[in-house]
Ligand binder design. Structure first.
Ligand code: NAD
Length: 284
């Protein structure tokens, strides 16, 4: 059935972005986090981003009001009983995602597709925890969601063709291009990207170059829009570490071992932009 109401669980960087692009595409969005205050904080972040778009003349004030009017914040998954399609975007922690998926399975109508924005956890494993593995799929948005064009769609072993087509269709409605990846550790994007970021941290750890020189080298030397350490700060170092752990455990191959320095930064709470400090320091 057509998606009129999308549920998004997790109002962090990704969840808020997903709710925003859905609302911009005319879809009602219910944005859920652990409590109402955090969900409201996600909605406030969207408000700020939209205000900048209005200032830059990319959007009118009326359009902004209409988009915001389509986003409702909620403090519990029970609010998603009316959703037609759900994307979960909670932190990259398998136990947490497993709990969210089983809660969604109990709350949402049986015809509702449960998509996960996981960067690396097997879709097949998450799907098997529900009574509807045919309606569980990976819908991997890129960061920042309003800017990045790609959605990687990942089919679990049991995902149906119908679910696949509905997900691709929704991503297109949200203005995104899709690629299909097999349900293997890291899918396409992170299977290639994360080892590069991890290697940049190794290069820093071994003193091969400074933070700035590693980034400038990769930016100017390989024509990337930003250096790997800047990108890691942007993604979140906790997310980078979690993905490397999945690649490492999922393949059993030591070439994916996370760098000790990456682990230490995460232990220090230096998670990148979102905490104000990662490989760089951020203000405000
Ligand atoms: P984030 O830390 O910004 O947000 C996670 C949110 O989940 C937080 O607001 C947190 O309060 C919420 N949350 C935690 N437990 C919850 C619960 N029980 N119920 C409801 N909400 C809960 O993280 P993020 O960067 O937005 O990442 C979210 C997901 O998106 C992860 O699976 C990550 O791998 C994936 N992802 C991230 C990126 C990226 O670049 N950051 C890119 C693609 C995919």
């Amino acid at each position: 059935m057509a998606t009129h109401v999308i549920g998004v669980v997790g109002a962090g960087q990704m969840g808020a972005g997903i709710a925003q692009v859905a609302a911009q595409a005319g879809i009602e969005a219910i944005l859920v986090d652990v409590d109402l205050a955090r969900a409201e904080a996600g909605r406030k972040g969207i408000d700020k981003r939209l205000a900048r778009s209005v200032e830059k003349g990319k959007m009118t004030a009326e359009e902004r009001d209409a988009v915001l009017g389509r986003i409702r914040a909620a403090g519990a998954i029970a609010a998603l009983a009316s959703a037609d399609f759900v994307v979960e975007a909670v932190s990259e922690d398998e136990k947490l995602k497993a709990r969210i998926l089983t809660d969604l399975d109990k709350t949402c109508r049986p015809d509702v597709i449960l998509a996960t924005n996981t960067s690396s956890i097997p879709i097949t494993r998450l799907g098997a925890l529900t009574s509807r593995p045919d309606r569980v799929i990976g819908m991997h948005f890129m960061n920042p969601v309003p800017v990045m064009e790609l959605v990687e769609v990942i089919r679990g072993l049991a995902t149906s063709d119908e679910t696949h087509h509905a997900t691709v269709e929704l991503a297109r409605r949200m203005g995104k291009k899709t690629v299909v990846a097999r349900d293997m550790p890291g899918f396409i994007v992170n299977r290639v990207l994360m080892p590069m970021i991890n290697e940049a941290v190794v290069a820093l750890y071994e003193g091969i170059g400074s933070v700035e020189d590693i980034d400038v080298a990769m930016k100017l030397g390989t024509n990337q829009p930003m250096g790997p350490l800047t990108l890691a700060d942007f993604i979140g170092l906790d997310t980078c570490l979690a993905i490397m752990e999945v690649l490492h455990h999922g393949t059993g191959d030591t070439k994916y071992r996370p760098c000790a320095l990456l682990r230490q930064y995460v232990e220090a709470g230096w998670l990148g932009r979102k905490t104000g400090r990662g490989f760089y320091k951020y203000e405000g």
